[in-house]
Structures are given as structure tokens and as C-alpha cells.
Design a protein around this ligand. Sequence first.
Ligand code: URP
Ligand code: ZN
Ligand code: ZN
Length: 477
Amino acid sequence: MKTLIKNGRIITAVDDYHADIFIDGETIETIGKNLTMEADKVIDARGKLVIPGGIDAHTHMDMPFGGTTSADDFKTGTLAAAHGGTTTIIDFAIQTKGQSIMEALDIWHKKADGKTAIDYSFHMIVTDLPKTRIPELRKLINNEGVTSFKLFMAYPGVLLVDDATIYRAMSLAGEEGALVCMHAENGVVINEIIERALEKGHTAPKFHALTRPTKAEAEGVNRAIALAEMAESPVYIVHLSSHDALKKVQEARDYGIPAFAETCPQYLFLDYSYYEKENFEGSKYVMTPPLRDKCNQKELWTGLRMNDLQVISTDHCPFCFKEQKELGRDDFTKIPNGGPGVENRMSLVFNGGVKEGRISLNRFVELTSTNAAKIFGLFPRKGTIAVGSDADIVIFDPDKKMTISAKTHHMRVDYSCYEGFDVTGVTETVLSRGKIIIDKGKYVGKEGHGSFLRRSKVDLSTGSPVSLQKQEALARN
Ligand code: URP
Ligand code: ZN
Ligand code: ZN
């Protein structure tokens, strides 16, 4: 299939110009002015932005949590992502305690294989790493293309790992060129605070937020960075939500420590007041870390502008209000943690970031696509518009308006965190590896089009991605 995209305004992390793009098969063949190649399909992108497909580096499809399972599976979740202009997700596979890491990976492959509308990759959540499992982790990185893993300082008894395990994993990551993604919150202290709240009969959703202070997040971030420094490894803080936590990342980066971090739309556009909603509606926003006081938002935007935060992902982890969030009607600790967002990210960030004058167009692309590709070993195959890159392209209408609603979204969840939000900037057409999968807002792709992406190791001290093949060739010589 040959496709010609004419007359668009191409925006990458660094470029902004008008040109045509010729796609032959899955990749971009030529970019130039007034291209005249024969094509099976010509798309007129006049007046539209032509941007790299979004990369959401943090999703949880089909994930067991809190006695239930996230409402989107790899079929519904990736279809919703495509509608919103995201062409790659990096989802989290989970190793349960005592389980082999390879077995966990296999389970997640089975969940996703043949079901996705867009390309996908995995991070591995490691919950159990005795020394005897180190070879398995090396295999994961070197043979399976899973070059990042997530560790939890929160959820004691379920996902939390101790500092020795964190140090062990980070040392290995540093040695191998892999990356530890850290859920940074002092879960042990938080559990103490929760116990005291429950003893006082504080069971409403708002107590989820009130028992998880920003200081607990900042302490986790501080410890994660210190451990990474000792282990001589980079570290990536996931879903950073507060100014207190951001200050720790800023301080480290000012000293030249390779600390990286993402935030999410919910922390940029929603705040603590949502927990005060009547009729248990506050449960819709029970996610970890919780929504913070509004004053944090301005600081997070500064962090995004100044590159102390490099990525905006969603932490998409939807649970329906009915029957799932309702599990915690009498006790906020039983509300499954997480919220939907994979479909809304690009429009929310464009509207709240670019339209409202907080970030440039180039920075928008960098935060929603390019930096994730670079940090997680997908660049330059993904995350840019360049000759030879995958033709993952979004034709984005910067002037079109939309009202976000659960009535019209494609995520398989019965509410939207952003219900009634008016946004300007809408995904119109989406190509995934050269195939049109969204055509003027309509899904025209097919289940199973998406491929698993083996990711490269990345040297985050220089920021240059080192491909697995190149590593292997170097090792052979
Ligand atoms: O509330 C959240 N974030 N649920 C998903 C699990 C996690 O910690 O990312
Ligand atoms: Zn987390
Ligand atoms: Zn998450």
C-alpha cells in the first residue's frame, strides 16, 4: 500500500514545516515539497497538523487489581487509544510473588497477541527478585526486548519490594542498559496512616487522598534517586503527581543525575476537589498517587516546560463505577485504584498545553511521543516523522472542538474523568505502520494489526538509543 499525505504542517520535536509525506508499505519513504508519486491513497492534510503517533508509555490493560480486572483489555483499550491519536502503548506485565518472570511475560503476550489495533510493548513489574532470578531478568532485557521494569515502593504485601531488591534491580539495570520505572511512595508509612483513618471511621473516597500525603511521594522519589545513584543506574519516576516530589527530581537533575520522570493528564487537569463529589462519585478518581491540591498543577507545567518532566503518559487503568469502584462503598481501601484516559491524552495536552499557551507545539510532540520513544528504546523507529521511520502518523485538527464524554468515548468504562470538558484539537486520521486505522474519526483498522515491539537498550547518560542488534554485534567482536 502506497499513501501520499499532501499539504500538511509537519511537526516533530524539532521541526515545523509544510511538506508531503510518501509512505510505501509500513515506513516513510520520502518527505518533500509537491511530491507526485503514484499512490493508492492520497490524504489532503491542508490546515491540519501532521504529527508522530502518540506513545503512551504507561497503560494497564486487562490487569488484575484489588480483586477485579481493569475494564479495558488489549482490544478495547488499543482501539480507544487509536481514536485518541496514540499508536503505541507500553503496558505493564506483572510477575506475581514466586512466579517466574518468563512465565509472567508469556501470560501478557497471550493477553495481547492478535488483539491490538496498534503496536505495543511491555515493561515488567518485578515483585520478586532473589539473586537466583537475575539471569531471568538479563534474558528479559537481552532476548525478549523488555528493557524496562517497574518496581513498587507502595502496596505492601502485594507489589511492594524492599530497598535491597530495588538496589539489586537497579544495579542490574545500570549494568545492562535497562531502566527501572519506580512507583515512588512510602507505602509502609501510608499503610499506618490508612489504619488510623479507618479506626476513626474515615471510609469515604476522599480519605484515599488524605492518607497519601505528598511527602510520602517525595520521600519515595528521594529514596529512588539515592538508590539509583548508589547502583549507578538511571531511574524513571512514574506518574509523578506533586510539587514536593518534583522538587526531588529537579534537585537530582541539577546535579546531573540521570533521573527522569513522567506525569499524567489527571495531575495536570484534575485536583483534590473531585473527591468531594456526592453519591460516592469521588471513587471515580481513586488512583495512586491521588489527585492533589490544585496548586501543584502550575509546578508540574513548569517541570514539563523546563524538562524536569520528560513524558506525559496516562496510567490508563479503568474500572467501571458500577460493580468495580462500588466494591469500596464502605471502605475506600477496597476501591480499585486507577482511572481511564488513554483516549483523551493527546487532545487534553494539546488543549491545555498548546492552546492555553503553556508549551510549544514541538514540546507537545516531544512530551506525548518523542521522549517516550527515546527513553524506552523505540527511537527513531517511533516518535518522529523521518525517512525510514514507521509511518505512525496522526493528522490532527488543531481547530476542531470536542466535548469529552463517556457517551461518545471508546474506552470500555462507564464514566469519564473528564466528562463535559471542552477541548480544541482533535485526532482526525491515524496511520499505524502505513495502514489507515482511523479515517476522519472512524475506526477502519482491524483487530490484531498491532505488533509487539522489542525495545532497544538505551544509554541514558548520552540519550542515544543503542539497538539490541548493535549490542549483539559488539558482543560478538
Ligand atoms: O491507581 C493506579 N495508578 N493504578 C494502577 C497501578 C499503578 O500504580 O500504576
Ligand atoms: Zn504505579
Ligand atoms: Zn500505573
